[in-house]
Design a protein around this ligand. Structure first.
Ligand SMILES: NC(=O)c1ccc[n+]([C@@H]2O[C@H](COP(=O)([O-])OP(=O)(O)OC[C@H]3O[C@@H](n4cnc5c(N)ncnc54)[C@H](OP(=O)(O)O)[C@@H]3O)[C@@H](O)[C@H]2O)c1
Length: 365
């Protein structure tokens, strides 16, 4: 048993948090204890909390009463093991709580990965239950450990949307609008579309005034607009809208402006998590929710198991290479710093150019 530090979030009031210090439980047969020395914090984690009851994100690492543990993408070492096939010393990457330690029950163990077979996770999307054994991976991948936590889960989604658009022949669109384009998922998608000459559509990013310069520095859009400038968009062109913001006002404004030329309206995220409201019937295509694990399943039937994520990883590496000098990685050490930045993230006080990495365990960074 070792000392453990966690940040718990109130599921009914996301700004209310508490730091919980305790000791890790005794391991049962087949379980391992992992020390999580790094994880990323982005608006995606806020969305996990916002949709925690609908999609089940609170169920990965249950807490007590109204409290929940927000899942994050991170790296960890196995520090104690009651599982012969996964000994202490292994390095792993995957879905963890905002915590210094976690207990997993490895199953389906191969040289490359394993699943967490904990009973309470069985019904949850399998994508999140898979852990990579990183030492089995090429050195080039191991060298991108921080980027893998901070960027790859989001760029993987960018790739899946990029692929989904092509799978649907861009829905006939000649311009693609991306809402909250300064988000990693947003600019990752913009960059993949912009850098692919076969796409042949104009990419227009929509963002806040504060993040416009950052988006422009990424060289990922043909044009960048600030919220409120939607009237400037050419309403004569068939258009696909990919929304990372979840901002109901923006969605309504774009649908009313474009009318029948809005050929697809794809809701991916909710970075503007407190700006959602029940939507009236809108002109143009009916907004549809995009859930990355569902598109993975579609493509796996055609391409084979694991192939979509391998392609997503390659695309993520390419975008990472192009932007890594522009994104400033900033380390948060200890639970109080995480607590403060969780609230800053909720309050839109983290500029797009700051990529937050967290180290709760002493040896982090
Ligand atoms: N459906 C899926 O399968 C799937 C998968 C992955 C991610 N996503 C979603 O994609 C979205 C982007 O995630 P990310 O991790 O890439 O985001 P991120 O990089 O952390 O996004 C940062 C940007 O989000 C906006 N923002 C952040 N907090 C805000 C707040 N409190 N109020 C208003 N705007 C705020 C700002 O952009 P602007 O100024 O440009 O608005 C900010 O630059 C999330 O909602 C995430 O859940 C969905």
């Amino acid at each position: 048993m070792v000392e453990r530090t966690e940040l718990w979030v109130n599921r009914k009031d996301l700004r209310a948090t508490k730091i919980v210090n305790d000791t890790t439980p005794q391991l049962a047969e087949g379980e391992v204890l992992v020390a999580i020395d790094k994880f990323a914090l982005t608006a995606n984690n806020v969305s996990y909390a916002v949709t925690g009851d609908i999609i089940g994100y609170w169920q990965f690492y249950p807490a007590e009463g109204d409290w929940g543990k927000v899942p994050v993408w991170g790296c960890a070492d196995v520090v104690e093991s009651n599982c012969a096939e996964l000994p202490a010393g292994e390095r792993i990457y995957g879905f963890f709580p905002m915590s210094s330690h976690a207990v997993l029950r490895p199953g389906n163990i191969t040289a490359e990965q394993f699943m967490d077979f904990a009973a309470h996770r069985k019904a949850l999307p399998s994508l999140y239950n898979a852990y990579r054994r990183t030492r089995a991976e090429p050195k080039a991948v191991q060298d991108f450990e921080n980027e893998r936590c901070l960027l790859f889960p989001l760029f993987a989604t960018s790739f899946l949307i990029y692929d989904y658009l092509q799978y649907n022949a861009l829905f006939g669109a000649s311009q693609i609008l991306i809402g909250s384009v300064s988000s990693k998922t947003g600019f990752g998608l913009a960059k993949m579309l912009f850098d692919d000459p076969s796409i042949g559509a104009t990419v227009i990013g929509i963002t806040s005034a504060a993040n416009r310069e950052f988006v422009q520095s990424l060289g990922c859009c043909h044009a960048t607009m600030v919220y409120g400038e939607e009237e400037q968009i050419n309403a004569q062109l068939p258009t696909a809208y990919i929304d990372m913001s979840g901002d109901g006002r923006l969605t309504a404004a774009l649908h009313h402006h474009l009318g029948d030329q809005m050929r697809a309206s794809i809701m991916v995220g909710a970075t503007h998590w407190d700006q959602q409201h029940k939507q009236e019937e809108l002109p143009g295509a009916k907004p549809e929710f995009f859930f990355a694990p569902s598109h993975v399943q579609v493509r796996e039937k055609e391409w084979g198991q694991g192939v979509p994520m391998t392609k997503a990883m390659a695309a993520s590496m390419q975008v990472t290479d192009a932007i890594v000098q522009i994104m400033q990685v900033e380390w948060l050490h200890g639970a109080p710093a995480l607590q403060a930045n969780w609230v800053a993230m909720l309050d839109n006080k983290v500029p797009a150019s700051r990529g937050l990495m967290v180290a709760l365990a002493e040896q982090g960074a």
